[in-house]
Design a protein around this ligand. Structure first.
Ligand SMILES: *[C@@H]1O[C@H](CO)[C@@H](O)[C@H](O)[C@H]1NC(C)=O
Ligand SMILES: *[C@@H]1O[C@H](CO)[C@@H](O)[C@H](O)[C@H]1NC(C)=O
Length: 369
C-alpha cells in the first residue's frame, strides 16, 4: 500500500515542485495585479507615469550634449517658419476657393431657380441616362409595373401641379443624420420655405471666414428673407503652439437675429409652473418662457467669452455646430441634389478616410477653443 509520504516521494521530482511553485507564484501575481488595477490610486499613479513618458522619448533629448541641443532649437525655429509658410499656402487655397466659387455660382443659381420654380428646365436639360445596373437587374415584368406606376404618379402630379421641386432642402435636411438630429417636428413647416443655401467666402485681405446664407421665401414664421451664420477661421499658427498648425480651423461663429412673427418663435415655449407662497402657503400657477429644441437655435450659438473658457455644454454645442457648418459648406451646398436623392449618403463612410478636403475637416471639428 502507498502512504502519503511515498506518494509525494514518488510522484513529484524537485523539478515538478519548482513548476508547481512557479504556477502558484503566477496565480498570486495575477491576483495582485487584478487588485492593483481595481485600486484607483494605483491606477492614477500608473497613468501619471505613462503621461510623463509621452513627449519625452526615453530621455534621449535630455541626454544630448548642450551644443547639440542648441542646434535642435535652431531646427525648431525653422519649423516655426515652415508653419508660417504653410499658412500662406492655405491663404492661397482660400483665394482659389473664392475664384472657383464664382465659377460654380451660376450653376448653383440655376439649381435654385429650378427648385423654386423660377425656371422650367428644357427637355434637353432634363434628359438623364438611367442607371445601367438597375436596368439589368429589373425584370421585364417589373419594368412594366414600374412604368405604370410612374405614369400614374405623373397623373397625380399633374392634378396637384407641384411647383419646382417641393421640399427640396427639407428633404436634404431629413436625409443627412447630422442635420436631421437637429430637426424638430415644428421646424419642418418652416424649412419647407427654405429655397437656397449659399456659401460666401471672406474677401482677400480680410480675416478668413465663410458665411452660410439660408434664403427663405416669404412665410408666416419670420420676416427675414435670409438667415446667416458666419464662421471665423484661424488661418495662422498660434504663437503659443505653432506646431499644432495644420491648416485653417474654425474658431468661432455668429448667428443672426430672427424676426419671428408674434407667437411663431419655435425656439421658445411657455410652460406652466406651480409656485408656492412661502408665508401663506397658497399655490399659484405662473407661465414662464423657456428655450425649446429647434433647428433655428443654430442661429444663436453660445458665445465664446473673452477668456475663451466655456462650460462643458456650450463646448459640446459649439463642437457639433462647427462640424455642421463645415459639413454644409463642404458637402451639402456643393452636392445638394445627391443628398436629396440619397445618392451621396452611402458614400460618406468612404469619404472619411479620403483626404479630399484641404480644409482638414477633423481640425475644424475639434478646434482649440
Ligand atoms: C417646443 O417643442 C415641442 C417638442 O419638440 C413642440 O411640440 C412644441 O410645438 C414646441 N413649442 C413651440 C412653441 O414651438
Ligand atoms: C425667440 O426666442 C429666443 C430664445 O430662444 C429669444 O432670444 C428671442 O428674443 C425670441 N424672439 C422673438 C421675436 O420673440
Amino acid at each position: 500500500a502507498l502512504d502519503a509520504r511515498s506518494l509525494i516521494k514518488h510522484s513529484f521530482s524537485p523539478a515538478d515542485l519548482v513548476s508547481v511553485m512557479v504556477v502558484f507564484a503566477l496565480v498570486l501575481a495575477r491576483q495582485l495585479t487584478m487588485q492593483m488595477m481595481q485600486n484607483p490610486q494605483i491606477l492614477a499613479a500608473l497613468q501619471e507615469r505613462l503621461d510623463g513618458l509621452v513627449g519625452s522619448p526615453s530621455g534621449y533629448m535630455e541626454s544630448l550634449p548642450k551644443v547639440v541641443k542648441r542646434r535642435v532649437n535652431a531646427l525648431k525655429n525653422l519649423q516655426v517658419k515652415c508653419a508660417h509658410i504653410e499658412a500662406k499656402f492655405y491663404e492661397e487655397v482660400h483665394e482659389l476657393e473664392r475664384k472657383y466659387a464664382a465659377l460654380y455660382q451660376p450653376l448653383f443659381d440655376k439649381r435654385s431657380d429650378i427648385v423654386r420654380a423660377a425656371y422650367e428646365p428644357t427637355d434637353e436639360e432634363c434628359e438623364w441616362k438611367p442607371d445601367e445596373e438597375e436596368e439589368l437587374t429589373v425584370s421585364k415584368q417589373e419594368e412594366m409595373k414600374e412604368k405604370a406606376k410612374v405614369e400614374e404618379e405623373k397623373k397625380d402630379e399633374e392634378k396637384e401641379d407641384p411647383k419646382g421641386i417641393p421640399e427640396f432642402w427639407l428633404t436634404v435636411f431629413k436625409n443627412v443624420d447630422l442635420l436631421s438630429e437637429m430637426l424638430q417636428e415644428h421646424d419642418e413647416p418652416i424649412l419647407k420655405h427654405l429655397q437656397d443655401i449659399k456659401v460666401k467666402f471672406s474677401d482677400a485681405g480680410q480675416p478668413m471666414s465663410f458665411t452660410l446664407e439660408f434664403h427663405f421665401e416669404p412665410n408666416d414664421f419670420f420676416t427675414n428673407t435670409v438667415l446667416t451664420k458666419t464662421y471665423k477661421m484661424r488661418s495662422e499658427p498660434d504663437e503659443s503652439d505653432p506646431f499644432s498648425f495644420d491648416g485653417p480651423e474654425i474658431m468661432g461663429c455668429t448667428g443672426c437675429t430672427i424676426d419671428w412673427v408674434k407667437g411663431k418663435n419655435v425656439t421658445l415655449k411657455t410652460i406652466k409652473k406651480k409656485q408656492k407662497h412661502k408665508g401663506r402657503g397658497t399655490v399659484r400657477t405662473v407661465t414662464k418662457t423657456v428655450p425649446n429644441d429647434s433647428f433655428f437655435n443654430f442661429f444663436s450659438p453660445p458665445e465664446v467669452p473673452e477668456s475663451g473658457e466655456l462650460d462643458e455644454d456650450s463646448e459640446a454645442v459649439l463642437a457639433a455646430d462647427f462640424e455642421i457648418g463645415h459639413f454644409i459648406r463642404e458637402r451639402i451646398v456643393p452636392r445638394a441634389v445627391l443628398y436629396f436623392t440619397g445618392e451621396a449618403i452611402e458614400d460618406d463612410d468612404d469619404d472619411v478616410s479620403e483626404p479630399s478636403s484641404v480644409m482638414k475637416s477633423d481640425d475644424a471639428l475639434f478646434p482649440n477653443i
